[in-house]
Design a binder for this molecule. Structure first.
Ligand code: AMP
Ligand code: MN
Ligand code: MN
Ligand code: MN
Length: 276
């Protein structure tokens, strides 16, 4: 089965509307699809309707920004009830602060010789409440400051780089609590992207498991193929369910397209094992 449980629309930092993401997923052969916009659930009703029109199974999702040990991690909530008030109140709290941060990022860009970055990034953010580093990166690439998105993150926006403004997102406990309280499964998104020591990774996975985390992404557009094997081993070690997704944002960005996700190792229990 073709499964893609991680994708973004214009509700957060993707470039296609929820309906366009659904259409592209279907055209690319996806049979089980989740829309997982950052910190917001308002695209899920449109996504569900579009998926139904394509006769494609749909899982409502969200990707929650969390701060753990001074670094940002992303926790996917899959199979959530998007009308859950506790979840939506928590997500609304996380969104507060993005505008202030974006203006501070623009100040730093200006000091580095790139003026007008806030006004420049804003038109890329269809949903201004979700203005993110991705929108700034698109502005810099399309105006010739950097060759591609990756270069922007390496030079300016990545954690610890000159324009990365630290944020206090939600705690790990809050994110897991909101997700499980809304009937969903909490999944660590792209664990291979986090800059933790082995000791911190151990503490992080143990704590996540203890507080009710269900699984991790093993195959994602954010992992290199050697990391598929590495995180498959982590899933076995902790007894985590395994998930997979392209983390699609744009036809022009990212390593994997919708529906182009390699299969999970056969011995792992997929997060969707009892959903289909
Ligand atoms: P924010 O939520 O504003 O901190 O922005 C985070 C988003 O930036 C992620 O969801 C990705 O879409 C994007 N991002 C983070 N790191 C990279 C990277 N190295 N290359 C491209 N995009 C990235
Ligand atoms: Mn993103
Ligand atoms: Mn992410
Ligand atoms: Mn994502």
């Amino acid at each position: 089965m073709n499964v893609d449980l991680h994708s973004h629309s214009t509700i957060s930092d993707g470039v296609l509307t929820p309906q366009e993401v659904a259409a592209r997923a279907h055209a690319n052969g996806v049979q089980l699809w989740a829309l997982t916009d950052h910190d917001e659930t308002s695209g899920l009703a449109l996504a569900r309707e579009a998926a139904r029109a394509h006769d494609m199974a749909f899982i409502p999702g969200v990707e929650i920004s969390v701060t753990w040990a001074q670094h940002t991690v992303h926790i996917l909530g899959l199979g959530i009830d998007e009308s859950n008030e506790h979840l939506n109140a928590g997500l609304a709290d996380i969104r507060v602060g993005r505008t202030v941060r974006a203006k501070e990022m623009a100040n730093r860009f200006e000091q580095l010789g790139i003026p007008g970055a806030y006004e420049g990034a804003l038109p890329y953010a269809a949903n201004p409440a979700l203005i993110s580093r991705t929108h700034f990166a698109r502005f810099l690439v399309e105006n010739g400051y950097c060759a591609n998105m990756q270069a922007v993150f390496e030079k300016y926006l990545g954690d610890g780089k000159p324009v990365s403004v630290p944020m206090h997102w939600s705690t790990l406990e809050q994110a897991v609590d909101w997700i499980t309280g809304a009937g969903g499964r909490a999944i660590v998104a792209h664990p291979g992207r986090y800059d933790y020591t082995p000791l911190q990774f151990g503490a992080f996975f143990s704590q996540f498991k203890d507080i009710g985390g269900a699984g991790i992404e093993v195959v994602t557009g954010s992992h290199r193929p050697d990391q598929y094997a590495e995180y498959a081993q982590v899933a076995r070690h902790y007894g985590f369910l395994a998930s997979c997704g392209s983390d699609f944002h744009s036809p022009k960005e990212g390593k994997l397209d919708l529906g182009g996700v390699p299969a999970l190792p056969a011995d792992l229990t997929p997060v969707w094992h009892d959903w289909v």
